[in-house]
Design a protein around this ligand. Structure first.
Ligand code: NDP
Length: 307
């Protein structure tokens, strides 16, 4: 009987993760199908009940906008999921569902590649406070960052995030700030790492901030898997940039191992991502994935992973 892994999000459309995961199942001779389920927030509890009740479903991915909302619907959380308060991967233990957060591994790998041989910086600005931002902030705290400022359109969400990490961040300065360009500008001038964890730039050529306020010499990571305006502006200002491909690949590889118990075929998955992107598909996270004129650093990193 063909097993299934489902991707639950809204929207999910055509999925780069589908190409990456299906390619890996097929290459390893695993009889499984990766299936997108477009479910709204209202439909999420039923979708989770459907996963729980069907033994042929090996597990699932959760994407925008469900990563936090799904937490109370899950039977057990792994440590990373519990500590971030967000779930992007489900596995099953019989009729019980286990929530994992493989975005943490994905972001940690991306950050490591972005920083390269330099000393790990200690200050970061995070734009956004959703499910993805939680994996980002958790990883930055674990990496020893001493000051992290989180900006979000709805300030209360950034404040909840800060409160959630209260204990693990007790030794350092983690704070939420209101989304005003002048305040963001002043924080960018004091920081080393900037992460866009908003979905601004996902559907159109918009940036969360004006290019004029981005200083030179930053390390800039956009979770969106394309060469966004934000990344182009940051690069033009003299910063080192990386898009969301490395994170997408490594969170996917970790999820694959959880579902199958086998090491992920990383090179094959990287090639499947590039191939799907060249055909204009969207990623599991919904990012536009049209062909790019040249390789972004993150793509080079993924290509070297693949090498
Ligand atoms: P959520 O829906 O949980 O959060 C969305 C975030 O974007 C919130 O901070 C929200 O702010 C902000 N936002 C959305 N629209 C606007 C807007 N018009 N103006 C200002 N802020 C806005 O999504 P996720 O956290 O799961 O994902 C966020 C982004 O990260 C997506 O682009 C996703 O594709 C990407 N991602 C990529 C991954 C990868 O592997 N490369 C992994 C995880 C995420 P507010 O709270 O005020 O609404």
């Amino acid at each position: 009987m063909t097993k299934r892994v489902v991707l639950i999000g809204h929207p999910v459309a055509h999925s780069l993760s589908g190409a990456m995961q299906q390619g890996a199942f097929d290459a390893l001779g695993i009889d499984a199908r990766y299936e997108p389920w477009d479910r709204t927030a209202l439909e999420l509890p039923d979708a989770i009940a459907d996963v729980r009740g069907d033994d042929d479903i090996l597990g699932a991915n959760l994407t925008v906008p469900h990563k936090e909302r799904v937490v109370p619907l899950i039977d057990r959380l792994t440590e990373d999921a519990q500590l971030t308060g967000a779930v992007n991967t489900l596995t099953r233990e019989g009729r019980r569902l286990v929530g994992h957060n493989t975005d943490v591994q994905g972001f940690a790998t991306a950050l490591d590649r972005l920083v390269g041989r330099q000393k790990m910086p200690r200050q970061a600005v995070v734009l956004g406070a959703g499910g993805g931002a939680r994996a980002v902030v958790f990883t930055l705290i674990r990496e020893g960052f001493q000051r992290i400022v989180v900006f979000n359109r709805h300030l209360h969400r950034a404040e909840s995030l800060v409160k959630h990490f209260g204990r693990s961040a007790a030794h350092m300065d983690l704070r939420a700030m209101p989304w005003h360009e002048s305040i963001i500008e002043s924080e960018l001038a004091k920081t080393r790492v900037v992460v866009n964890a908003t979905s601004i730039g996902l559907g159109g050529d918009e940036s969360p901030v004006s290019g004029a306020i981005i200083p030179a010499g930053l390390l800039v990571l956009d979770l969106i898997y394309s060469r966004t305006r934000f990344l182009r502006d940051a690069e033009a200002a003299g910063s080192t940039v990386m898009d969301g491909e490395t994170m997408l690949l490594h969170q996917g590889a970790a999820a694959f191992s959880l579902w199958t118990g086998q090491p992920a075929p990383l090179e094959l998955m990287a090639n499947a991502l590039s191939g799907a992107r060249a055909h204009g598909l969207r990623s599991a996270e919904g990012e536009l994935a049209g062909p790019e004129p040249e390789l972004a650093p993150a793509e080079e990193a993924a290509a070297s992973t693949a090498g």
